[in-house]
Write a protein of this length. Structure first.
Length: 42
């Protein structure tokens, strides 16, 4: 249970991998023109 354990967050950081314990950063969603146009109509 430490740096060598791939199932823990510390182990994933050491191994340089991602998973459920250490999710990779996701890109933020950008509003599309259709969504903005629908909001203006309402």
């Amino acid at each position: 249970m430490g740096r060598g354990d791939i199932k823990t967050k510390k182990g994933k950081i050491t191994a340089g991998s991602f998973g459920k314990t250490r999710p990779a950063k996701t890109a933020k969603k950008v509003a599309t023109n259709k969504v903005v146009a629908d909001k203006k109509k309402a």
